[in-house]
Design a protein around this ligand. Sequence first.
Ligand code: PMP
Length: 367
Amino acid sequence: MTRIDDLPVRDELRGKSPYGAPQLDVPVRLNTNENPYPLPEPLVERIAERVREAARGLNRYPDRDAVELRTRLAAYLTRTGGHEVTRAQVWAANGSNEIIQQLLQTFGGPGRTAIGFEPSYSMHALIARGTGTGWISGPREDDYTIDVEAAATAIAENAPDVVFITTPNNPTGNAVPREAVVALYDAAQAAKPSMVVVDEAYVEFSHGESLLPLLEGRPHLVVSRTMSKAFGAAGLRLGYLAAAPAVVDAVQLVRLPYHLSAVTQATALAALEHTDTLLGYVEQLKAERDRLVTGLRDLGFEVTESDANFVQFGRFADAHDAWRRILDQGVLVRDNGVPGMLRVTAGTPAENDAFLDAVRALKKEQG
Ligand code: PMP
């Protein structure tokens, strides 16, 4: 049988594993930071209507520049982000993973490097590898915050072409203060100048504000967003960015023509019509996230401050063993490989109760 390594694959892909959060069929799945609430029925109806209309035109290619969708996304950002964003500043793609890929194809690539402060979202490094961009693992403190001086030094020493700042961070959950982002942007401009990508996939769950207002006067800043989390639409695959219009022009040099299907555009537009209902679920999830933090702390776990829809907790002598014991009780959480720590996504109240019961039992077993 031919194996991957028998094929003439690129050297940097040899012996590597694909992104692989387990998709297991267990009663309570709290492992991939999805929103636990199915889309409300009136929205499902509206999607069906919009998609039916789009279906009548599927003989034609979709709107290549997704003008209506970008207009609506800009309006959403303007309304919720504390900063006016125009359509010319917004670009959309199939999930924010594709946004990140397009950014690295545009500003990274062979002979160039990107830095992230780890542990952080593992796909930044994987997409860097896939686009031939060198990856630099920047430092994070033991409490998972970013030490601005250490991070700025890493930027100055490496002069990367792209800097990733994930806030709130995944898998740790904590947000990066606005002053820290400003300081790292300045360090990146002094070093290269490089593009700074602020990954705000979870920002709607934050106690704080979006960093969109920082776009003013910072032409190398990009804010990346997604409809996978707050909009409860991970299956839709819709991510977007806000940046200077020139950045939007630049990513169009690498995007595949007609990358965003007419069905995707229609579905996303329907979801945006129901923004207020969906943001209502976000409020419930924030309350549940806070309940998980308190519940875990009451049980004596170490819990990282969370501004996201998930919580990092520990510390376990053997995190993988703890992960398995929680799974044995029908609850799937995530072992991200952060030593001693696991991550749980905020689910419905019943799911969170099942999780808290499972970790209470685990605590008893471990004494
Ligand atoms: N950024 C971060 C920090 C994430 O955690 C995720 C998903 N887990 C993404 C981006 C990608 O999400 P999507 O492609 O679904 O928009």
